[in-house]
Design a protein around this ligand. Structure first.
Ligand SMILES: Cc1cc2nc3c(=O)[nH]c(=O)nc-3n(C[C@H](O)[C@H](O)[C@H](O)COP(=O)(O)OP(=O)(O)OC[C@H]3O[C@@H](n4cnc5c(N)ncnc54)[C@H](O)[C@@H]3O)c2cc1C
Length: 402
């Protein structure tokens, strides 16, 4: 259920193992703006193993090698230097998520046991004898259908209906920020190579370069969406121009506050991730904060782990609750560690800015990074590679398609 990064990767891998897979996706295409766009070194290495690396490299993309903070005097302190990583792809690729999903869907369609049904919105779980046996879904013409399956994998994101219907409730971390996304034009003479937050009192912005425009996240206090909209687009434009002065010449491109999309930032985790016949992975099992841009990559890692552990039992028809629990066991520690790190980043970097106590990372951290720039390897590794990178199982590996 759900054709996001988790759903497309797990179904591609299972289809390559010869398992019959059907993906139900409620939208008619993958063209949704303002979703995760950061593809990290570990995910690119995985795409290579799947034989999709060359296709991926041909997608329009910007490449970021550094995560930096501006400090007094207009200088930059690099907090994460991906160029230091000893990996095949020492950078973050900024790729529109729909391009990545199209690529995965095309690869999956090459497998005879794969099928993707768009405009199919799952509305409920089918239960028989206390076990999930499939789902009910609504098609574009409003009719209701059902599909039976040995296993339902809930990849339906952070507002997952599967987990809600299964009565699986996530534990929420407290989060004090929300994000507002919008885009502004990119000019040919702009040349950003670092992902750089621009902080001002009580708010900050992160400018993400795409090949022909900027995707911008404005981060402010949680629960202030109505207030922000009531102030109007002119005040919002002024805010952005103050935060990122080099964008002042183009903030007029924001026609109204309708161009600014609100994201209710959540950080949460299920425990457990399954009931009999149903497993949740990706954001459905653990919504991530946008800090570090790790959401896609973690969802992909869950999907690889799930396919690796479930392909054989699915082929043999021997899926049990213990098998499903193994997926969580394998992914729990990396998930907890990343969420704890995000929580720490919220407390140490994000909240002091939002509460107007400080404009960036603590001074001792900046001093250390200035004195020993090699320290920037660690954040780069944690973001780019992570705690337990998953690799493609043998059954899913392919030679590159040239
Ligand atoms: C605005 C925004 C910006 C983000 N920025 C970043 C970033 O820069 N980098 C990063 O790594 N992460 C980012 N994230 C997080 C990242 O997008 C997610 O962590 C990641 O996409 C999770 O993948 P997923 O497959 O688990 O879920 P999703 O990507 O949410 O996919 C869920 C899919 O399920 C479908 N679906 C939902 N309900 C149903 C239903 N009832 N029936 C059928 N289909 C359904 C949805 O249409 C969707 O396609 C961002 C998220 C948002 C919202």
């Amino acid at each position: 259920m759900g054709g996001g990064p988790a759903g497309m990767v797990v179904s591609l891998l299972l289809a390559r193992a010869g398992v019959e897979v059907t993906v139900l996706e409620k939208h008619g295409d993958f063209l949704r703006d303002f979703r995760g766009d950061t593809v990290h070194p570990s995910t690119m290495e995985l795409l290579d193993e799947l034989g999709l690396g060359e296709r991926f490299n041909r997608l329009p993309q910007s490449r970021l090698t550094r995560i930096a903070f501006p400090v007094v005097g207009g200088r930059l302190i690099v907090v994460g230097d991906l160029g230091r990583l000893k990996v095949r792809y020492p950078y973050i690729a900024m790729v529109p998520q729909w391009d990545l999903l199209d690529l995965l869907a095309d690869a999956a369609r090459e497998e005879p046991s794969f099928s993707l049904r768009m405009r199919c919105e799952v509305t409920g779980l089918i239960r028989e004898d206390g076990r999930v046996r499939g789902v009910e879904y609504r098609t574009a013409d409003g009719s209701t259908n059902a599909i039976h399956a040995d296993l339902v994998i809930g990849c339906d994101g952070r507002w997952s209906i599967t987990r809600q219907q299964a009565d699986l409730r996530p534990r929420e971390y407290s989060v004090s920020i929300d994000a507002w996304w919008f885009r502004l034009p990119r000019r040919p003479d702009d040349n950003p190579s670092a992902l750089m937050p621009h902080a001002g009192p009580g708010r900050f912005a992160v400018v993400i370069p795409r090949p022909d425009f900027y995707q911008i996240a404005y981060i402010g206090r949680k629960g202030t969406d109505a207030q922000l909209r009531a102030r109007g687009v002119e005040a919002f434009r002024r805010d952005i121009a103050e935060l990122v002065p080099w964008l002042a010449d183009r903030v007029g491109e924001l026609a109204s506050m309708d161009d600014v999309k609100h994201l209710d930032v959540r950080l949460n985790r299920l425990d457990p991730w399954h009931i009999d016949g149903l497993l949740c992975i990706g954001d459905a099992a653990h919504a991530m904060s946008p800090v570090g841009g790790v959401g896609i990559n973690l969802a992909v890692q869950d999907a690889v782990a799930a396919a690796t552990l479930l392909a054989e039992p699915l082929r043999q028809g021997t899926i049990t609750q213990e098998t499903l629990a193994r997926v969580r066991s394998r992914r729990l520690l990396p998930t907890i560690l990343v969420q704890e790190l995000q929580h720490l980043m919220h407390e140490v970097v994000v909240e002091p800015i939002i509460q107007e106590r400080r404009m960036g990372p603590p001074k001792p951290v900046l001093a250390l990074l200035k004195l020993v720039p090699q320290v920037s390897y660690l954040p780069a590794y944690l973001i780019g590679v992570g705690f337990r990178p998953e690799h493609a199982p043998a059954f899913a590996r392919r030679q590159p398609v040239r």
